[in-house]
Design a protein around this ligand. Structure first.
Ligand code: FAD
Length: 430
């Protein structure tokens, strides 16, 4: 990356008397005692404060492989899939080779690389395409997370290694047509114990990956004790059918489906043995909500990067539009949002790695990062002028996709109420 400092005498970072002017060209101060051999300029330009330097060399190398894959394999084709609302199945082996499914989990066959690199990988995926980021968030986050956090040792052995290799793809069925935000109390899908198994009945809506998944985690309420329990329903189980949700204006590559469950028989060994109540579901969501906060940072970052490139290339009034003060104002506000979201997410992921992440931490990150993402993609579109609404410039896709990220895994209002309850001691949900 080129050094951003200039020789322009009007530039306050140039010339004697400034910190930058005191150093040899191209060098920057080390950011931490153990990182003296790396420079901030090693980081991509939108990682302005060098958060990636917090990762180990191995994890940074992994992030680089993910970035290269997304840039080379995904970006050139994704607008076409987005237009057709189709999923690029041919990308799955390449994603599997990256070894990023269930990256943070330490279950059988899982990479066990920790929450921070997992989050940064989620950001990296969304930075090029939020749909691919969501596909992985559902498979590697929600579905694998349900088995990792709520399954017995035997269940983890049975499913996680093949899911980590992406030979089995997972989906997560919680939301229903008549109940989204109020799902903990309102979940209506029923589970009735019958001999050595269970019978499930109900409807699910918005279930990502469901139509092609090998297994769908279905959350249902036990008719006996009234508690929410989790079931792994395998593909082609009789009574489970799907209707693809058509005409979405966001995340069009993600294949969302309504799931119909009619007297679906599931053996007891497919009931997640450690999921005794909705508290278990919430344990999964706490972790995956951080993944969405990282996706939001990635979506904002992708839009910012496209916008920055565009403003350097596009000329008006005989000059690149990047030279106009009002354009720079928007660019810097975008970078500020991206950097602030990355900082919050980094700290929360560090807490997660230390076993200290609480619901309200993840909720604050998700609410904040998604709200700022929405502003950022709007500003990115603005600096592209009319071209901002053309898919070929990518930013329009980020604008549309941001709308779904803003609402799923807890809307801003619901995450705000979770934080509000934590800091006031008062529940304001109803
Ligand atoms: C693209 C996409 C993918 C998804 N993938 C999945 C998936 O894979 N699996 C799955 O289970 N679900 C999935 N979802 C569902 C998602 O989690 C829900 O859409 C989300 O939880 C919000 O529920 P809702 O859409 O029913 O909105 P509603 O709950 O109907 O909310 C409507 C509005 O009312 C507000 N509101 C509700 N209650 C309150 C309150 N007490 N105080 C203030 N405001 C309130 C909300 O914030 C929102 O603005 C997905 C959704 C989308 C859009």
């Amino acid at each position: 990356m080129a050094d951003a400092r200039s020789d322009d005498p009007r530039d306050p970072t140039s010339g004697p008397g400034t910190d930058a002017g005191a150093r040899p060209a191209g060098s920057v101060a080390p950011v931490a005692p153990d990182l003296t051999d790396v420079e901030l300029t090693d980081s991509p330009f939108s990682d302005f404060l060098g958060f990636e330097l917090l990762l180990s060399d191995d994890d940074r190398a992994l992030l680089g492989r993910v970035r290269a894959f997304m840039n080379r394999e995904v970006e050139p084709i994704i607008n076409d899939y987005w237009t057709r609302a189709a999923f690029p199945h041919e990308l799955v082996p390449g994603i599997a080779d990256l070894g990023i499914a269930g990256l943070a989990y330490d279950g059988p066959g899982c990479p066990a690389r920790g929450a921070l690199v997992d989050g940064m990988v989620a950001m990296e995926l969304a930075r090029v395409d939020p749909s691919i980021g969501t596909f992985m968030g559902v498979h590697g986050g929600l579905a694998m997370g349900s088995i990792q956090l709520c399954g017995s040792d035997e269940q983890r052995e049975r499913w996680l290694p093949a899911m980590a290799r992406m030979e089995l793809i997972g989906a997560f069925g919680l939301t229903e047509p008549d109940v989204g935000s109020a799902i903990s109390a309102g979940l209506a899908t029923s589970a009735r114990r019958d001999g050595d198994g269970w019978v499930l009945n109900g409807e699910k809506k918005w279930i990502g990956n469901a139509a092609f998944a090998d297994l769908v985690i279905i959350w249902a309420r036990d008719e006996d004790d009234g508690q929410v329990k989790g079931f792994v329903v395998e593909k082609d189980t009789e009574g489970m059918t799907f209707d693809k949700q058509e005409d979405k204006i966001a995340l069009r590559v993600v294949q969302n489906a309504e799931v119909h469950l009619r007297d679906v028989r599931v053996p007891e060994e497919n009931r997640l043995q450690k999921a005794e109540s909705f508290r278990s579901t919430a344990d999964v969501l706490r972790v995956t909500r951080m993944g969405v906060a990282w996706q939001a940072a990635g979506c904002a970052r992708g839009a910012f990067e496209h916008a920055l490139r565009y403003t350097k290339a596009r000329e008006q009034f005989g000059r690149p539009i990047a030279s106009f003060q009002l354009v720079q104002d928007l660019l810097v506000k975008m970078l500020g949002h991206v950097t602030a979201a990355t900082a919050m997410n980094t700290r929360a992921s560090q807490l997660q790695d230390a076993g200290l992440l609480r619901d309200e931490h993840a909720s604050l990150c998700k609410a904040q990062a998604t709200a700022k993402m929405r502003e950022t993609v709007g500003w990115a579109r603005e600096v592209l002028g009319g071209n901002g609404i053309l898919l070929e410039h990518h930013v329009g896709r980020f604008v549309a996709d941001a709308e779904a990220i803003y609402s799923y895994e807890g809307t801003r209002e619901i995450n705000t109420l979770i934080v509000g309850r934590a800091i006031t001691g008062e529940s304001a949900f109803v």
